[in-house]
Design a protein around this ligand. Structure first.
Ligand SMILES: Cc1ncc(COP(=O)(O)O)c(C=O)c1O
Length: 374
């Protein structure tokens, strides 16, 4: 899909999802360098981009494997040749169990790890694995304050590990301790403090009760783009950050280590290229990107380079821009870049991502995992 020749951004129709390549490459490098310097394996969460070529780039830069949120995304990534995948969401129906076992049969050289949090998962996975003659590897998700999935840290966790160890076709490899509710806490010191407190019981339990070879987790995976640097001295083996390559306006405002109100660790690389299609009155214009192009689950997106313009959703197809009447610069036909407020839910609405550099379109990737929440 990459264009044979780079072409001018002006020749790209709108609305289009674009990524600033210099910025993305810098974000990728920063996270990989952090992981290398702190001797933690980077297993980037690819739910943010869903593009096999970007996953391959992350691996080339040093990631040890990838995460996907859903089995459908795993199918896409495995088909592209990626061989080390953690599926971070439990599965529970017979169709999915069969699909998981099929992946083991179809990709015998791959490492595919499924997250679970209950004995019912363990028994069901063991049965389907036995039926298909494979051994399915699992991580146990533990509750760290989000109250989403995750078994409570306690003796139920130890019993679950013992159950898995007693079953013939399922292998316990470790623990997933992810704190999704803390990634966007809007103060660096507070965020880091909460992130550490939330996982302390997990590591205390490991150190006290999971000390034998059979119980000790080989893998402890966690961390996101807002808490990747929270765990100094806490022995996570893997970092699961995902959004960092793109970032978004919500992440942009969570605050940095140096006290700044903005997040300076990673810059916003993902944008939506839009056109002003109407200007009904002074101080109000409309762009061709509404909710089908810019998700609003994390607030309104941000119009790049125009501090005095506020974006307000105008429904499915329209984005309304409000600005001071004195701003004479906004014109019908004008192109604008808008930074999404949430990268994952915006990207999932597009089939292509264009890579831009110095005003030229250099890349076009198919978002193959788009819509694969199955
Ligand atoms: C289980 C899990 N791990 C890691 C991540 C990555 O977090 P982030 O995109 O904030 O870096 C997510 C994101 O939702 C997630 O659900």
């Amino acid at each position: 899909m990459t264009p044979s020749q780079p072409f001018s951004l002006e020749a790209l129709d709108t609305p289009a999802l674009v990524v600033d390549l210099d910025c993305m490459e810098q974000n990728l490098k920063r996270m990989q360098t952090f992981a290398d310097q702190h001797s933690v394996a980077l297993r980037p969460h690819t739910k943010a981009h869903k593009i096999p070529e970007l996953a391959a780039l992350q691996l080339e830069m040093g990631a040890k494997g990838i995460c996907v949120a859903k089995l459908g995304e795993a199918e896409v990534m495995l088909a592209s040749g990626i061989k080390d995948i953690l599926i971070t969401t439990p599965i529970a129906n017979p169709i999915k169990l069969e699909r998981l076992a099929n992946l083991y049969v179809r990709y015998p050289g791959a490492r595919i790890i499924q997250v679970i949090d209950h004995p019912d998962h363990a028994n069901a996975i063991d049965s389907i694995a036995t039926k298909n003659g494979v051994t399915i590897e699992v991580l146990l998700e533990v509750e760290c304050g989000q109250k989403r999935c995750g078994i409570e840290v306690g003796f139920g966790l130890k019993t679950l590990i013992e159950l898995i160890n007693a079953l013939p076709s399922i292998k316990y490899s470790g623990i997933q301790a992810y704190t999704g509710h803390l990634q966007h806490v809007r103060d660096y010191q507070e965020r880091i403090k909460l992130a550490r407190i939330s996982v302390e019981p997990v590591f205390d339990f490991i150190n006290t009760y999971l000390t034998t070879e059979a119980l000790r987790p080989e893998v402890v995976s966690g961390g996101g783009s807002g808490t990747y640097d929270a765990y100094e001295g806490i022995p996570f083996t893997e970092l699961q950050a995902g959004s960092y390559l793109f970032m978004d306006w919500d992440y942009h405002t969570i605050g940095s280590r140096n006290g700044s109100a903005t997040y300076q660790d990673f810059d916003c690389a993902l944008k939506v290229w839009t056109t002003v299609i109407s200007q009904p009155e002074p101080g109000r214009a409309v762009v061709d990107a509404g909710m089908k192009c810019l998700s609003i689950d994390s607030g309104m997106p941000h119009v790049e380079g125009h501090k005095d313009i506020q974006y307000q959703t105008g429904g499915d197809e329209h984005g309304i821009l409000h600005y001071p009447e004195s701003n004479q610069g906004v014109k019908i036909g004008q192109r604008m870049m808008i930074i999404p407020s949430h990268c994952d839910t915006t990207l999932n609405q597009y089939s292509k991502l264009y890579g831009i550099r110095n005003g030229m379109v250099e890349q076009c990737w198919l978002i193959e995992g788009r819509g694969r929440s199955d």
